[in-house]
Design a protein around this ligand. Sequence first.
Ligand code: 2AL
Length: 251
Amino acid sequence: MRIRVVNPNTTTTMTAGIARAATSVAAPGTVVEAVTATMGPASIESHYDEALAVPGLLEQVRDGDRDGVDAYVIACFGDPGVDAARELARGPVIGIAEAGYHAAAMLGRRFGVVTTLARTVPRARELADRYGYGARLSEVRACEVPVLALEDPESRARERVVEECRAVVAGGADAVVLGCAGMADLCADVSDTVGVPVVDGVSAATVFTESLVRLGLGTGKRGEYAPPPPKPVVGLLASFDLRDATDGATA
Ligand code: 2AL
C-alpha cells in the first residue's frame, strides 16, 4: 500500500519530521511517501498562505493518482484543499485536523487544540464545527511559535507547547490535539509530560488512511467528489488543465 503524505508548505526539513511521524506508525508493508509541494509558501499560517498552498498540494495528488498512490494525507492543520484533493483522488484523502479531531473525540468527552499563532485559532475552531465536533472542542490555544521556528531549539517550542497543553487540560479537556504538522516530532514527549492523550494529526491521518484502504474504501465519486468538469485553465495555472487527463482533448 502506498500512502502519500503531502506537506503543502515548501520547507523540506518540515517534510522530514512529517515523514518520521508517519513512518513510525505505518504498518509493515505500507510505503509512506512524504512529499513537499514544489510551489507555494514556506509555511502556512494565514488564509493567504493556505490559498497559495493549494495548487502545489493538488499537483501532488493529481500525479499520485496517475502513479497508483492508494491514499493521501494533507499534512497541514488548516486542511487546505482537502475537498479539491478528493475530487482528484480515487483513494481516501484525510486532513490532519480532521484526523486529529476524530481521534481525540474517541479518546475523551472534550478535547482542546494547541496551535502555532493566535491568528490560526479561528480556523481550528471552524474546522471543528465543520467536522461536527464544535460542542466537543473545549478551547484552542496558541503557543505563539511561528511554524518554521518550531524546528529552532531557541524558540523553546517544546516548553511553550507543554505550557499551553497544560492550560488546555486545566480547562477540562480529556485530550489535546497538536495544531501543526511541525509539532509531530514533539507529540510523544509532550503526551508523557502532560499526562493526557496528545494527538498528532499526521500519525492519526496516516493510520486512518491505511485502515480505510485496508477496508477497501475510497472517496465516493458519484456526486460532490466526482472528477472536476474539465475546462481551460490559463495563465500560471495552465498545467492544471485536466482535459488531457480526462478526455484526451488538447488545450
Ligand atoms: C500549519 C501546518 O500544519 N503546516 C503549516 O505550514 N502550518 N499549521 C498551523 N497551525 O500553523
